[in-house]
Design a protein around this ligand. Sequence first.
Ligand SMILES: *[C@@H]1O[C@H](CO)[C@@H](O)[C@H](O)[C@H]1NC(C)=O
Ligand SMILES: *[C@@H]1O[C@H](CO)[C@@H](O)[C@H](O)[C@H]1NC(C)=O
Ligand SMILES: *[C@@H]1O[C@H](CO)[C@@H](O)[C@H](O)[C@H]1NC(C)=O
Ligand SMILES: *[C@@H]1O[C@H](CO)[C@@H](O)[C@H](O)[C@H]1NC(C)=O
Ligand SMILES: *[C@@H]1O[C@H](CO)[C@@H](O)[C@H](O)[C@H]1NC(C)=O
Ligand SMILES: *[C@@H]1O[C@H](CO)[C@@H](O)[C@H](O)[C@H]1NC(C)=O
Ligand SMILES: *[C@@H]1O[C@H](CO)[C@@H](O)[C@H](O)[C@H]1NC(C)=O
Length: 858
Amino acid sequence: MEGKLRSRLSLRLVCICAALNFVHVLGRRSEPPYMIACGASKRGADSDGRAWSPDPRFLASPAVADTVPAEAEFQDPSLPSPVPYMFARVFTAPASYRFSVPPRARLWLRLHFYPSSYSNLDPSDSYFAVGVNGFTLLNNFSASITAQALTQAYIIREFSLAPVGSGDLNITFTPSVEHGGAYAFINGIEIIQMPDIFEEAATMVGFSDQAVSVGGSSLQTLYRLNVGGQYIPPTNDSGLTRTWYDDTPYLFGAAAGVTSEADRKVKVRYPPDVPEYVAPLDVYRTARTMGPDPKVNKNYNLTWVFQIDANFTYIVRFHFCDFLLDKVNQRVFDIFVNNQTAQASADVIAWSGSKGAPVYKDFTTYVSDGPGDEQLWVALHPSVSMNPEYYDAILNGLEIFKVNDSNGNLAGPNPVPSQMLLQAEAKADKKFAPSGPSSTGQVIGGIVGGVLGFAIVVSVCLFVRYRMYEADGMTPGVGKWLPLHGSSHSRSTISGKSNASTHLSSLAAGLCRHFSLFEIKQATKNFDESRVIGVGGFGKVYKGMIDGGSTAVAIKRSNPSSEQGVDEFQTEIEMLSKLRHKHLVSLIGFCEEDGEMILVYDYMANGTLREHIYKGNKPPLSWKQRLEICIGAARGLHYLHTGAQYTIIHRDVKTTNILLDDKWVAKVSDFGLSKTGPNINQTHVSTVVKGSFGYLDPEYFRRQQLTEKSDVYSFGVVLFEVLCDRPALNPSLPKEQVSLADWARHCQRKGTLDDIIDPCIKGQITPECYKNFTETAGKCLADHGLDRPSMGDVLWTLELALQLQENPDSTSAKFVVEHEDDVQRSMAGTDGETAMSGEIHDSNLNAVFSQLVNPSGR
Ligand SMILES: *[C@@H]1O[C@H](CO)[C@@H](O)[C@H](O)[C@H]1NC(C)=O
Ligand SMILES: *[C@@H]1O[C@H](CO)[C@@H](O)[C@H](O)[C@H]1NC(C)=O
Ligand SMILES: *[C@@H]1O[C@H](CO)[C@@H](O)[C@H](O)[C@H]1NC(C)=O
Ligand SMILES: *[C@@H]1O[C@H](CO)[C@@H](O)[C@H](O)[C@H]1NC(C)=O
Ligand SMILES: *[C@@H]1O[C@H](CO)[C@@H](O)[C@H](O)[C@H]1NC(C)=O
Ligand SMILES: *[C@@H]1O[C@H](CO)[C@@H](O)[C@H](O)[C@H]1NC(C)=O
Ligand SMILES: *[C@@H]1O[C@H](CO)[C@@H](O)[C@H](O)[C@H]1NC(C)=O
């Protein structure tokens, strides 16, 4: 009887449950993918055409007053589209979203944040936690601080959530209690069901017999890179809508190897055991290898450096596909993670079985707290002991995931905005020594836990770990300096010079010295014409003496009658005050008084490069001097392009913008036209054509699309100017010779380049050096940006050219690479050993490898 009752009860329960379940299913029939534009009132599409829906029906308690929709006060120009960023849901008390999801499925969760002023709330008051089904994804999170540190307008956080049993996903936003008046906000939520890409246990670095399984853990994507390739938008990554970024910002040093792309004839396709969702083929079709010279390769590591949080376990996933070689033991290399061997003797062909077949490997490593940590180093080096056919290494893609700790926590601290570091540095450097403090720290293009990384940017900042930071106890209020995006926005609203000062970010103001007009007049003898050392579009440049006549400076005064320079003036201050590099002209300070806009720089005793090649009657520079100057300028530009977390495009590279100090060190100057470059959803910056004729990238001119390759083009013109000793444009010559770029390429094709090189240096150039130099200069002038080398490649080749100039007998060559941090790394080749033993059989390869095997025309 009792049993019967019980079974009836349970039957009824089952029925009720089934009915409830049915109602539940009817009521919220939806399933992932979800794309939710929080706070929006209607559906909208983003720039990739993906549709986002409003959020009310997913709110667990939609009617409460402390959960309100809001609109951002202004639209940052670097937002890829208004959807989902212009609307937000703001929470002043804990609140949850609930989504129905398939049980036991792994999910991608992407949270989109655009820190802005919503409902008149101060973005710097927003501190909150985000929790999902027992996992803490973010804690004490400030989107505003994070965005500032990364110099991004918006932030995307991507998580891979451990499978949930219940079929309910409960995302809770909780304003921090420690911070009075804190609120939480969210702009967009994406939920996508994903295959379990973390099924297999990954080897623990340093413990080859130990494997870590993360089946029940949640992970955060920190980095996802298409190594040696370009940005891949979410729409090009199957249904998983992942974004893949270029790896160059994370490369350590100038030794960046070379990039290559699979030839059309090589079939890159998934073998049966590698599912398509692991990574799109576009990732496998491009790669970075170490470069052509086995001796050089043997003596350096191809290294990437990433910023991460300490006290977490990381999974580092390497994607490989060798589309150049097809035999085992041709390219064998060691993989290091944080200076420990993760894998000795990696051989991609041995793993994948054939040419063009993708394969991936996971390693895990625990990063503990300690000095110099919070960085993850990934390095590749040829396995010399295996005696492979080539001393080389290859990598096609790299992903870094953070694994939750034993408490289910994934949250790390807010990053320390790099501006703070810089401000500290500027304060510590009270004397503003003319040479500027050289950055002795390592230059690291890393980001703190941002999957978006370098991509979205308006302004410039650094990643240099300044030691002074610790020493200086400054604690600038976060709201004290304008958000960089704000200042770049307000720039466009400037109507007259008189109010310009209010628009200069106080950050820039804090970073460099402020001169009074009186001081400037004293320094220049009231702008005495005899002190004019240059005249440009901006106005005149005077030589001045400051600090009681002890320091020579160059003083650039904007033409008082022109309104034109305001933007340039501010751009230059903002850029230069934050950029410091041996090969960039240092800004010492500025003066903004009485409608004057004056910039004060280091004085460059030897003037412009142009004066020393064909203008004026200075003694001609030797070939080696010219080469060293080109290398310095290339290094400055390479730093602009990749040294920061994002690209800065100079836009006006020419011989008059390459200055020489008293020791003939080349410094790139004139950032008035600089643009920070490609935005997240673009591979170029659309802009009004500016720059100087004779140097203008034809592609930029045609399509008004600016990329860093536009600078490479202009630099190619500079290289030919230096080689041929003539101006970029010379209208007095016959028509076909007017443009140096066209003429040099014409001569190069005809094989008559020899005839136009400067007779003064003709006898000085060694054939090997000449070959490298002219080939690279020619490639810089390729019609299409994609066909031009990167500035890093140009730098590398010029260094090789110098090496070959000084020591044509390359078998005893000593290759020296000077890194951005100016640490000299000697890469001494060992005599008598060579990696190049076998013959290449595949005819497809000949073209590629004739270049690789015989890089220096030996
Ligand atoms: C969601 O989770 C939070 C805490 O994690 C809890 O307070 C809340 O009741 C949950 N909501 C639902 C609808 O389960
Ligand atoms: C994305 O895919 C489309 C179509 O396959 C292709 O035309 C486009 O070049 C791809 N974009 C990138 C950046 O790979
Ligand atoms: C890491 O853990 C150690 C020991 O538990 C602790 O002292 C340290 O503060 C933690 N570091 C971070 C960045 O959380
Ligand atoms: C790895 O070695 C480099 C020097 O080769 C050092 O600067 C760096 O701090 C090391 N990284 C770690 C995580 O130990
Ligand atoms: C490459 O990195 C490994 C691990 O950090 C280190 O032991 C080795 O010395 C490095 N080799 C070179 C040539 O820098
Ligand atoms: C991640 O969190 C889950 C749930 O709290 C836990 O079971 C798992 O062990 C954690 N993972 C690690 C690697 O600690
Ligand atoms: C929250 O973050 C801010 C900014 O990074 C930091 O100053 C503060 O100490 C943090 N608070 C807690 C409780 O961790």
